[in-house]
Write a protein that binds this ligand. Structure first.
Ligand SMILES: Nc1ncnc2c1ncn2[C@@H]1O[C@H](COP(=O)(O)OP(=O)(O)OP(=O)(O)O)[C@@H](O)[C@H]1O
Length: 492
């Protein structure tokens, strides 16, 4: 085990284990009996997360032991600490004797305290406290009622495809805990972090998992732009009741990029009521943001304080090992043959954004495929030398991408974002959309909006198409590379 994580507020696994031994040594016999089936997962800022085998144990620890444990932990870490408890059924499977406390076996078998019904074929918990890769579950055929959700969630963003490292372990554990007990574990759950670090991935994974885990669950995923647009349309078309029904008649509401709610007073007001309704009914709300709630200054204080009710967790940039593991996973998912030294080289060049990391892997493998060459170090060096790294100081924005792309192809901006289907315009438009995906942190709907109000599926299609063409057509590869460098050079 590595001794210290790369997050300044995270304690080392050794310190955590020691703290937990301390808790056990302070507990009386009854408390110890409940705690022996638990194990500590992680400590992050002022929260220690532990895993227990079932809801019953969680409830007992919550009601009887929480405050004592928190005070022992606070003494140990010399700061005020909170306890967070997640359920990990594997613990019970591995050792059934440990699952319940001594004299408190419930008379009846445990009933899930929500009205949600677990599927008989529900997936095994993907939580692996030691950070190893979870077992990949065979994909399940969606049942008819799931179709709408399926369409909105990216099938590639699952817990199985999410590589766990010290930078995201806590966020992952929290997302799994919520997915397994929506409305019970932490409500709301807020995941924040810089662009391209996996927030959307976790949000979609949570949605997939809830759907696979419970048979009668309603999950709604929406970006904050969509929420805002829906609301504006509902007002202008006198359909606010319908809007309310759509957003309130759900068990789990997943909202991406909640920072875009800032300064939108009326939508905030409406969302405040939606939030209250869902929360009062113990319906789960999960949000992502680029900042923690306290830094969302243009948000109404009452909304900000509600965002702080549940669990707030961040995702940090991944360390080198995690970056290599992500590239390895990506290469194997796409059946790309990339030697380990090349993966390490790419991972050492691109450090802060996983989307860029994936972009670099694509460039290297597309270049090799165009030249009918194997991927090796000398090829990777040539390709990545041409790629100017993004230093994060001056951001690329959509306007830059659109105007540079139009200039590059010698066409008008209006045509680029218009609807004409001539081949040159279609390719130029798709390249510009692809670059918006790669170089900015905008969501699919937002990019669609910038291209004259196109649907998010059009943007998704463009992104896929250009990735494929880069592998197959040298001209497209060269255009994308040249254009990327021009755009990066115009920053600042
Ligand atoms: N831990 C991880 N394991 C595997 N892939 C990851 C991981 N984290 C991020 N990714 C991949 O990196 C890309 C960017 O992630 P994602 O879109 O979730 O970032 P984000 O934090 O939501 O960024 P933004 O704020 O810009 O929307 C996605 O393709 C995602 O699958």
């Amino acid at each position: 085990m590595t001794a210290v994580s790369n997050h300044p507020d995270q304690a080392s696994p050794d310190a955590l284990a020691q703290a937990w031994r301390h808790v056990l040594s302070r507990a009386d016999a009854g408390g110890r009996a409940w705690l022996r089936s638990s194990h500590p997962l992680t400590v992050h800022e002022s929260t220690v997360m532990i895993a227990v085998p079932n809801e019953f144990t969680r409830e007992r620890i919550e009601t009887r032991l929480r405050s004592d444990i928190e005070s022992v932990l606070s003494d140990f870490f010399h700061r005020s600490m909170r306890l967070a408890i997640t359920i990990e059924p594997d613990l019970e499977l591995n050792n059934p004797e440990l699952s319940l406390g001594p004299a408190e076996q419930p008379a009846e078998p445990e009933v899930a305290p929500t009205e949600l019904i677990r599927r008989p074929d529900a997936p095994v918990s993907p939580l692996r406290p030691d950070g190893t890769t979870p077992v990949v579950q065979p994909p399940q055929a969606p049942t008819p009622g799931d179709r709408t959700l399926e369409d909105r969630l990216n099938p590639k963003y699952t817990f199985d495809n999410f590589v766990i490292g010290s930078s995201n372990r806590f966020a992952h554990a929290a997302a799994v805990a919520v997915a397994e007990a929506p409305g019970k574990a932490y409500n709301p759950l807020m995941i924040y972090g810089e662009s391209g670090l996996g927030k959307t991935h976790l949000l979609h994974a949570l949605g997939h998992y809830v759907r696979d885990y419970y048979q009668n669950v309603k999950v709604k995923y929406v970006s904050t732009e969509e929420l805002t647009n829906d609301f504006i349309n509902a007002i202008s078309e006198n359909r606010t009741n319908e809007f309310r029904r759509t957003y309130r008649d759900v068990d789990v509401l997943l909202i991406d990029d909640i920072q875009f709610l800032e300064s939108k007073i009326q939508t905030q007001e409406e969302f405040f009521h939606t939030f209250n309704t869902l929360h009062n009914a113990q319906k789960q709300i999960v949000m992502t943001s680029d900042r923690p709630p306290k830094a969302l200054e243009a948000l109404e204080p009452r909304l900000r304080s509600r965002f702080e009710w549940g669990l707030i967790t961040d995702i940090q940039p991944p360390d080198l090992e995690t970056r290599i593991a992500i590239l390895k996973r990506k290469a194997s998912a796409e059946r790309l043959l990339v030697p380990p030294d090349v993966l390490e080289f790419i991972a050492s060049r691109i450090q802060k954004n996983i989307r860029e990391l994936e972009g670099a892997l694509l460039r290297v493998t597309a270049f090799a495929s165009l030249n009918r060459q194997d991927v090796d170090m000398s090829l990777a060096e040539v390709v990545l030398k041409d790629l100017i790294p993004v230093d994060g100081e001056a951001e690329v924005n959509v306007t830059m991408i659109i105007s540079e792309t139009a200039a590059y192809f010698g066409i008008e901006v209006d045509d680029l974002i218009g609807t004409s289907r001539t081949q040159t315009l279609v390719t130029a438009r798709q390249i510009a959309m692809y670059l918006c995906r790669e170089l900015t942190d905008l969501s699919l709907p937002k990019i669609g909006h910038e291209f004259g109000g196109k649907d998010h599926t059009t943007v998704m299609h463009a992104d896929r198409k250009i990735r494929q063409l880069m592998r197959e057509r040298r001209s497209v590869y060269n255009q994308v590379t040249e254009l990327t460098n021009r755009i990066k050079n115009t920053r600042g």
